[in-house]
Ligand binder design. Structure first.
Ligand code: ADP
Ligand code: MG
Length: 699
C-alpha cells in the first residue's frame, strides 16, 4: 500500500481550491491525456521549460514584433468601440518618451479598462507586440501592473506546455496551490551524493523549478532538475532490479553441457570466432550453468555473426539432453537459417526441424511428434512455434532472433513451452545504451561490436531519383562482372497492393534492360514463388532482385554487393541500416545507393548519417536524437512507462550512477528496511513503481 505520507500528492487536482468542473477537464487533458483524473503529483511533475522575464523593461521603440515584452508607459487616450458595435475593438493609446503603442481589447467591459488603465497614469504592461496598421500594438496584454505591484512580482514567470483553452496564469496559480500541499518527505538520496552535486532536497527542487529565479532555474541541467531526474531514474532502476530478482528467484535451472558438440561444431566451421563472439558464448555458458534463469540480450550489427552464437548455445542444450528453439520473424529467414544449420546438424548427429505456418497436415504432425517425444533436438521456426498444439519434450532454451519484431508476450509464450526455459534474444537493431539501461535492465547484455575480419566498408551514396536512368545503365557493367543487386522499393501507400504495383512496375522496366536476370519478391507472393525468387537470386540465376522490404531482416546472400533503395527518405534509420546490411557480407567492395525523391531536413540528416557511418550503435544513437525514444521502441514496448522528468539525451549519464546506486542499496539492505531503505520505498511509490515495491513486502 502507498505510504499515507504521500496521499496528499496523489489527491485529484479538483481537491485544490479554484479547480472546478471547468478547469479540471483542461488539466486532465494536459496532464494525463484525459486518460485518468490528474493528481497533484501530475501537476507538480509538469515542469516549466522556459521563463518569461517580467522585469526586463523595454522602451516602446525598442520592442520587437513577435516577442514578449514589458514596457512602462503612460495612458494617453481610450477609444471605445462606436456605439452599437460592442464587438469591435476597444483601443487604448499609451506612450513613453520614445513612441506610442496601441493596446487592443475585444469584449472587455469599458469600466474595467478604465479602472485598469486610467488616463494620465503609468503602468507596466506585458504582452507580445505586433504591428497593426503601421502601429505597434499589444492585443490583450497578459499583465498590467501599477508600480508597487510590479516591484513585488517575481522577476521570472515559468512557462509551461499548455492545452487549448488553458491560460498560463491559471496553470501557474494551480501549480502554486499544489506546491503548498507538498508534504515533508524523508531524504532517500545519499547526503554525500547530494552535497557532491549541490542538489537540493526533493521539495526544494520542485519549488525552485516552479518558482524560478532566473532562466537557468528551469534548464534541464539545473541542479534541481538533475536531482528530480535522478530520483526518477533511481526509482526506475530499483524497480527493475527488484523485478529481475523476483524473476530470477523463480524457475531457474542449472544447465551443464558436456562441451562435446560445441567443440566439434567449432572444428567444422570454416572460420574462427571473433573475440566478441567467444565472449558472448562464455557469457551465455555462464548463464546456462547458473541456477538462475537466463535472460540475455545479444546485440550485434547486421553481419556481426549472431547466428552461430545462438546456435552454439542451442547445441549445449542438446549436450545436456534438452531441446532448444530458434524463433525468427519471417518465413524466408526461418528457411535460410534452417538451410544453413541443417548440414552442420547432420555432421553433428543432431536432429533439427523447421516449423512455419506453412506446414500443414501430415508433415506438420510429424514435426510436432518429433518435438513432443524429444527425437527432434532443435527447431527453427516462425510464430508457428508458440501456437497452441506445439509442445516440447524438454525445451530448455528459447532463442529469439530480431527480438524487436516480437512482443514480450510472444517471447514468453514460447518460453512457457518449457520448464524454467532460458532465453536468449538477439537484435541487429542496436538499442542505444540509454534505452538498454532504462528499459532492458532486466536483461543481461552481450555486444558483438566487432565484425568478422575481412569486411570492406560499404560505399554509400545519396542520389536524386532523377538519375534513375544512369543508375539503371550502370548496373550493366556491375552485373556482367558477377555482382548481384538488391533493388528495394518502399512501402509508401496506405495500400500494400499499390506498393506492390510500384515494385512490379520497377521490375517490368528493369526487365526491359536485363531480361531474365531480374527477379521479384514481395510479401503477397505465394510462399513457393517467394522461395523460388530468393533461391534463384542466391544461386545467381537472377542478378537483380526487386523487392519490397521483405528482404529487410537477416537474409544472407554473400555475393550481393549492391543495394539500391528507392525513396530512401521514406525509411527510418534503423531500417536503412538493416537493408544496407544485406550487402558487404563477402570480401568484395559493396555499394549502397540511396535514391531520394523529396528530401526534408530530418530525412537529409538520416541519409547523411548513413553515408557517414556503418556503426549500428552510432546509428541507433542518432536515430534516437532524430526520432525520440518512443518511436525506437515502437508500440510493442508500450507496457513500459516512460519518463516524465528525465530526458534521454540530457540525463543519460545519470542512469549509470542510478544503476550502481540501486544495486548497492539493495545489496546492503535487500528488504529496504533501514531508514534510507524506508525512504527508497517511498521513492518507489512516488514514481508509481507500486508493483515493484509490493515485491518487497511480499518477500
Ligand atoms: P547476423 O549477426 O546479422 O545474424 P550472421 O550470423 O548471419 O550475422 O553472420 C553473417 C555472416 O558472417 C554469415 O555468413 C556467417 O557465416 C559469417 N560469420 C559469422 N561469424 C564469423 C566469423 N567469426 N568469421 C567469419 N565469418 C563469420
Ligand atoms: Mg541474423
Amino acid at each position: 500500500m502507498r505510504p499515507p505520507l504521500l496521499n496528499p500528492l496523489f489527491a485529484e487536482i479538483n481537491t485544490l481550491p479554484g479547480i472546478g468542473p471547468k478547469l479540471a477537464p483542461l488539466l486532465n487533458r494536459l496532464l494525463t491525456g484525459s486518460k485518468a483524473p490528474a493528481r497533484l503529483i501530475d501537476l507538480l511533475f509538469h515542469l516549466p521549460y522556459a521563463t518569461i522575464d517580467r522585469q526586463l523593461c523595454a522602451s516602446i521603440s525598442e520592442t520587437i514584433p513577435g516577442e514578449q515584452t514589458t514596457v512602462k508607459a503612460r495612458i494617453v487616450l481610450h477609444k471605445p468601440p462606436p456605439p452599437g458595435r460592442s464587438k469591435a475593438a476597444y483601443r487604448i493609446i499609451v506612450e513613453d518618451n520614445t513612441g506610442d503603442l496601441i493596446l487592443t481589447f475585444f469584449n472587455a467591459p469599458a469600466a474595467r479598462l478604465e479602472k485598469l488603465l486610467p488616463v494620465g497614469e503609468e503602468r507596466y504592461i506585458s504582452g507580445v507586440v505586433d504591428i497593426w496598421d503601421g502601429h505597434r500594438q499589444i492585443t490583450h496584454p497578459d499583465r498590467i501592473l501599477a508600480a508597487y505591484a510590479y516591484d513585488q512580482q517575481p522577476a521570472y514567470e515559468p512557462v509551461y506546455g499548455l492545452t487549448a483553452g488553458l491560460f498560463p496564469r491559471v496553470l501557474v496559480n494551480s501549480v502554486g496551490k499544489a506546491l503548498e500541499r507538498l508534504p515533508a518527505l524523508p531524504e532517500w538520496q545519499e547526503p554525500t551524493y547530494l552535497n557532491k552535486h549541490h542538489w537540493p532536497p526533493f521539495s526544494d527542487a520542485l519549488k525552485s523549478l516552479h518558482l524560478p529565479i532566473s532562466p537557468e532555474s528551469v534548464s534541464p541541467l539545473a541542479p534541481a532538475r538533475l536531482r528530480l531526474a535522478y530520483d526518477e531514474v533511481l526509482a526506475g532502476q530499483l524497480a527493475l532490479l527488484l523485478i529481475r530478482e523476483q524473476v530470477k528467484r523463480h524457475r531457474g535451472q542449472a544447465r551443464h553441457g558436456t562441451g562435446e558438440l560445441v567443440k566439434k561444431c567449432l572444428s567444422l566451421l570454416p572460420y574462427t570466432l571473433t573475440k566478441a563472439q567467444s565472449q558472448a558464448i562464455a557469457d551465455i555458458k555462464h548463464d546456462l550453468e547458473s541456477p538462475e534463469k537466463m535472460l540475455r540480450l545479444l546485440q550485434g550489427d547486421v553481419g556481426s555473426g549472431k547466428t552461430i552464437v545462438g546456435f552454439l548455445a542451442m547445441l549445449s542444450l542438446v549436450e545436456g539432453g534438452e531441446q532448444a528453439a530458434l524463433m525468427v520473424p519471417t518465413e524466408i529467414l526461418a528457411r535460410q537459417h534452417y538451410a544453413r544449420l541443417k548440414p552442420l546438424c547432420d555432421q553433428l548427429g543432431v536432429s533439427i526441424a523447421l516449423l512455419t505456418g506453412r506446414d500443414k497436415g501430415a508433415s506438420r504432425e510429424a514435426i510436432l511428434t518429433g518435438l513432443a517425444d524429444g527425437s527432434t533436438h532443435l527447431v527453427v521456426g516462425t510464430h508457428a512455434l508458440f501456437q497452441e498444439g506445439v509442445s516440447f519434450h524438454k525445451l530448455g532454451l528459447a532463442v529469439v532472433d530480431e527480438q524487436h519484431r516480437f512482443g514480450v508476450n510472444q517471447r514468453l509464450a514460447l518460453a512457457n513451452k518449457g520448464e524454467a526455459t532460458d532465453m536468449l534474444v538477439m537484435t541487429a537493431t542496436p538499442i542505444p545504451r540509454t534505452l538498454v539501461l532504462t528499459y532492458f535492465n532486466d536483461m543481461d547484455v552481450s555486444n558483438l561490436r566487432e565484425k568478422p575480419p575481412g569486411r570492406k566498408p560499404i560505399d554509400t551514396r545519396i542520389m536524386s531519383l532523377d538519375k534513375l536512368d544512369t543508375v539503371t545503365q550502370s548496373l550493366v557493367r556491375a552485373t556482367s562482372e558477377g555482382n548481384r543487386v538488391y533493388w528495394v522499393c518502399p512501402l509508401v501507400t496506405e495500400s500494400e497492393d499499390l506498393d506492390i504495383a510500384a515494385a512490379e512496375e520497377r521490375f517490368a522496366s528493369l526487365k526491359s534492360y536485363y531480361g531474365d536476370q531480374v527477379g521479384l519478391v514481395h510479401g503477397k507472393l505465394p510462399p513457393r514463388e517467394k522461395d523460388a525468387a530468393m533461391a534463384a537470386f542466391a544461386e545467381g540465376i537472377t542478378k537483380i532482385l526487386v523487392s519490397t522490404t521483405v528482404i529487410e531482416v537477416g537474409v544472407d546472400v554473400p555475393e550481393a554487393t549492391i543495394i539500391i533503395i528507392e525513396q530512401a527518405e521514406r525509411f527510418g534509420l534503423a531500417q536503412l541500416h538493416q537493408l544496407r546490411g544485406r550487402v558487404g557480407r563477402g570480401g568484395t567492395q559493396s555499394h549502397c545507393l540511396l535514391l531520394y525523391k523529396h528530401l526534408g531536413n530530418i530525412a537529409r540528416q538520416r541519409l547523411e548519417t548513413m553515408r557517414q557511418t556503418e556503426d549500428g550503435f552510432e546509428i541507433a544513437e542518432k536515430d534516437l536524437k532524430l526520432r525520440g525514444e518512443g518511436d525506437i521502441l515502437g508500440t510493442r514496448q508500450s507496457g513500459i512507462p516512460g519518463f516524465r522528468l528525465a530526458v534521454a539525451e540530457k540525463h543519460d549519464e545519470l542512469l549509470n550512477a542510478a544503476r550502481d546506486d540501486a544495486k548497492l542499496a539493495l545489496s546492503r539492505d535487500p528488504g529496504l528496511k533501514t531508514p534510507r531503505g524506508e525512504a527508497l520505498r517511498l521513492l518507489l511509490y512516488l514514481f508509481e513503481k507500486d508493483a515493484a515495491a509490493k515485491l518487497l513486502s511480499a518477500g
